[in-house]
Write a protein that binds this ligand. Structure first.
Ligand code: M6R
Length: 369
């Protein structure tokens, strides 16, 4: 049932182009607009929403962090993202105009379930983004958007993450569409880009051999750092989480702008540092900033592993290893930038002799608080 792959994780990584296409299936009409009729929350209610709060754990939380950028940009509604395990213990401010989005692959994560119960008790609407039909979290929510990734067996989340991102973009774009923001043209263009994103993920998968080789060469290392800015920051966090759970290595993700506020002290000769570079188009200011971050860490002897768009030449002089990803609109970049990090962690785990699908101390679904 592993479909010829050594591990479920490899199979699930390979399934991602289809999984993201399945998340979109039937949700974009012939005119290029979104039809999320299944989200039974009334359009009038969505127009009234004055705050979005995302609750989730682990990888799903990283999807939520990325969603915040998309929701705030396309809808201009303030969005908070919180670890579900922290949420209800701080007396969060919620009312009938708050839309709480609970993201969970399994739909059974106790922390996320308790957070959504708390939100509903306070009168908030809850929308679940979930992969498991009929599980507890969607059953207890006001509405659900299923990711349709198919069963995810490996403990490390891969295709569920990519499809959670697609679902989050759909929610953000739908909110924008319903509310009619200034970004109408951009929203239509992004829906088009999103419908082609499966092909871009496929292209990344076809070019992963050098990433696997690089991973094997780092099997003896103790630490890997991950840096990113904007939506690349949660991608860095996700890359670090994958490496922790699979390779049992010390890995940390940082916002690259924070380097000089502390983490740069960690930079050492030959320390592998993975940097997720935003598109040089569009937000070029951001791009220039991260190029100087790469220069700074390289000047201190780090081994730079740079994930950058095809055609981005500015990073070439500072990259010890360059991983190319297809050009995508900035907000969608996590869909392609995360894939090499999944492959990297999986290969490092294999090289270190670890059990890929069933890492030590972890369960696929965490049903205790
Ligand atoms: O089933 P959920 O999406 O609610 O699970 C949340 C986390 O436990 C999960 O994403 C975990 O962090 C993964 N093992 C990460 O790969």
């Amino acid at each position: 049932e592993k479909g010829g792959y050594d591990y479920f994780m490899l199979k699930e990584i390979a399934e991602q182009p289809k999984a993201v296409a399945d998340t979109l299936l039937g949700r974009i009409d012939a005119a290029g607009s979104l039809t999320l009729d299944e989200v039974r929350i009334d359009a009038a209610e969505l127009r009234e929403t004055d705050k979005v709060v995302i609750v989730a754990c682990g990888t799903a939380f990283h999807a939520g962090l990325i969603a915040k950028y998309a929701i705030e940009h396309w809808t201009r509604i303030p969005c908070e993202v919180e670890l579900a395990s922290e949420f209800r213990y701080r007396d969060p401010i919620l009312d009938a105009r708050t839309l709480v989005v609970a993201i969970s692959q399994s739909g059974e994560t106790m922390d996320t379930l308790m957070a959504l119960r708390h939100a509903r008790e306070q009168g908030a609407r809850v929308l679940a983004i979930c992969n498991t039909n009929g599980s507890t979290i969607p059953r207890e929510s006001d509405a659900v958007l299923y990711t349709h990734a198919g069963p995810e067996v490996a403990v490390a989340s891969t295709k569920a993450f990519l499809t959670q991102l697609v679902a989050c973009y759909l929610v953000a774009l739908y909110l924008g569409q319903v509310r009619g923001t200034q970004w109408g043209d951009e929203i239509r263009a992004v829906i088009r880009d999103l419908s082609r994103i499966g092909g871009a993920v496929e292209r990344v998968l076809e070019t992963m051999e050098p990433v696997r080789e690089l991973a094997r060469s780092l099997a003896e290392k103790n630490t890997v750092l991950f840096l990113g800015r904007h939506v690349g920051y949660p991608v860095a966090l996700e890359g670090a989480l994958k490496l922790k759970e699979l390779a049992y290595m010390h890995a940390e993700g940082f916002a690259a702008g924070e380097l000089k506020h502390g983490p740069i002290a960690l930079i050492d000769e030959d320390l592998p540092v993975v940097v997720v570079v935003p598109s040089p188009r569009g937000r070029s200011l951001l791009h220039g900033k991260i190029v100087s971050n790469i220069q700074e860490i390289r000047a201190r002897g780090a081994r730079t592993i740079v994930i950058a768009e095809e055609g981005d030449e500015a990073v070439v002089p500072y990259a010890d290893h360059l991983i190319r990803i297809p050009a995508t609109p900035t907000l969608l970049q996590p869909l392609v930038a995360t894939v090499p990090l999944q492959v990297f962690a999986c290969e490092l785990a294999t090289a270190r002799g670890n059990e890929v699908d069933q890492p030590r101390n972890l369960a696929k679904s965490v049903t205790v608080e």
